[in-house]
Design a protein around this ligand. Structure first.
Ligand code: AKB
Length: 318
């Protein structure tokens, strides 16, 4: 049985990945850790307070629980990164370097997500290939490309089992994202349910890849469970399940809420970032090398998000 540590478990991915991994590998075998105390994460299984930049404390938890697989989810996202680029580098790369070194010393497998943010304006925009030009113009993207290169380096140089995916914008109803360029695709559902309107920070015609959280969770497990002999690539695989613009998403919401209104309050930083990213990625390598196959599309995701957010609203949770 695996012994897993999730670092940065309190965030948008970690809060759901913890529950998902515990349902597969057993509550006691999945240790959640975060800088902030979390009652929810500690209810079903072990929880440790951890600042991922504290290498000694990090290594102590890995040895205490005899961890063999690490999911490093620590990240300052793209829009926040542009406000504090030096800090973004310090946190994103600091947590990554500690994870790589601790994985090397303790013979752990390591998953660290990359992102569509690893691409830049000179990358082909449509059906962005797996192997292509990567010249991101955000500090977040610079960290992601660095992370991909370091992941491959630790694999070829030290034999560490590093694996990763380039996540698109992730949509979920449990924990809100924060500081990302794709956050609008989550916020729109909350505002639609609460007020019937949304002021969108991204221009209506800008395409970005997106994914519903259940597919993202499944991708993490499926990739980490794949026979390494099948993997030609490692850090990191393009994966996507839908690509849409704010206008297309608003039209889908209107199928359930005909009076929903969307206006625009453009955030120039987010607009610049969004326009520098791909419109849609080609995920053929992930499909071939580890059978990646998303199950949610725009219509099913929208219906499910509205159902979940409406329930939270009725229960007074949002
Ligand atoms: C962001 O918008 O920064 C993230 C991402 C696409 O990596 N959601």
């Amino acid at each position: 049985m695996k012994k897993i540590l999730i670092v940065g478990a309190g965030g948008q991915i970690g809060s759901e990945l913890t529950t998902y991994l515990r349902s597969i590998y057993g509550d006691a075998n999945v240790v959640a850790s975060d800088m902030r105390e979390s009652k929810a994460l500690g209810e079903a299984g072990p929880f440790e307070l951890l600042d991922a930049l504290d290498a000694k404390a990090y290594a102590g938890i890995v040895s205490k629980y005899k961890i063999d697989s690490i999911f490093n989810l620590v990240a300052l996202l793209s829009a926040t990164g542009e406000k504090i680029p030096q800090k973004a580098w310090e946190i994103n790369i600091g947590a990554l370097m500690n994870s790589l070194e601790i994985a090397r010393e303790n013979n752990c497998a390591l998953f660290t997500p990359s992102s569509i943010g690893a691409f830049g304006p000179s990358t082909p925009k449509d059906k962005t290939p797996q192997d292509t030009l990567m010249r991101p113009t955000t500090i977040y993207g610079v960290c992601k490309v660095t992370g991909e290169l370091l992941g491959d380096y630790y694999h070829t140089r030290f034999g560490v089992d590093t694996r990763s995916v380039r996540f698109p914008g992730l949509i979920s109803s449990l924990t809100l994202p924060g500081g990302g360029t794709t956050d609008y695709a989550v916020e729109i559902f909350y505002d639609a349910v609460k007020t019937g309107r949304f002021a969108c920070p991204i221009p209506g015609d800008v395409y970005m890849d997106m994914m519903y959280m259940p597919d993202a969770l499944n991708a993490c497990v499926q990739l980490m469970e794949t026979d390494p002999a099948r993997l030609v690539h490692r850090n990191a695989f393009n994966i996507t399940s839908m690509s849409f613009t704010p206008e297309i998403l608003a039209a889908e919401i209107r199928k359930h809420m005909p009076d929903f209104e969307m206006t625009y309050r453009i955030d120039p930083v987010k607009e610049g970032i969004a326009r520098s990213w791909p419109d849609s990625m080609d995920d053929a390598c992930a499909r071939r090398e580890w059978d990646w196959a998303p199950t949610w599309d725009l219509a099913s995701m929208t219906a499910d998000m509205l159902r979940n957010v409406e329930r939270k609203h009725r229960e007074g949770k949002v």
